[in-house]
Design a protein around this ligand. Sequence first.
Ligand code: TYD
Length: 135
Amino acid sequence: MQPTTFDFHHREDEIGQLVFLEECKDVPFEVKRVYYIYGVKDGARRGFHAHKSLEQACICIHGSCKVMLDDGKERIDVVLDDPTKGLYVGNAVWREMYDFSEDAVFLVLASEYFDEQDYIRDYDQFLAYLKEKEA
Ligand code: TYD
C-alpha cells in the first residue's frame, strides 16, 4: 500500500507562512467537517478504528506525529511533520495515530458529518467487513 499524500499551496513572504486548500480541488471530496487533536499525552495512541464511508485528509499543522494505515493486507507508517502536506485516509482503512510531539496539532478534514454508525471500532469486525465487501 502506498500512501496518498497532498502538497498544499504554500506562500512564504517576509511576514510568514500561508497554506491553503480547497475542497474537491486539493482534497478529493467535499469537506463537511473539520476537527483537530492536540495536547496528546506522551506515548498515547489514538484512532483504533476504520470507517465504512468516511474519507479524510490529515494534516499535522504543528509538530509531528505518525499515522499507521492498515487496509487488511498491509500496514504502513507515515510521518506527518510538515504543515503543507496532507495524508489521504480513505474508507475501509484501519488507522492509528501515535508518536505525537508535545506541540502536535493534528487537523482532519472529513467528507461527512459525524456518524458513530460509520465507525468500525473492532479490528476483527474490520477484517470481517473487508471480507464481506470483497465477496
Ligand atoms: P474518535 O473519533 O473515537 O477519536 P480518536 O479515534 O482520535 O480516538 O472520537 C472520540 C470521541 O469524540 C468519540 O466519543 C466521538 C466524539 N466525536 C464527535 O462527537 N464528533 C467528531 O467529529 C469526532 C471526530 C469525534
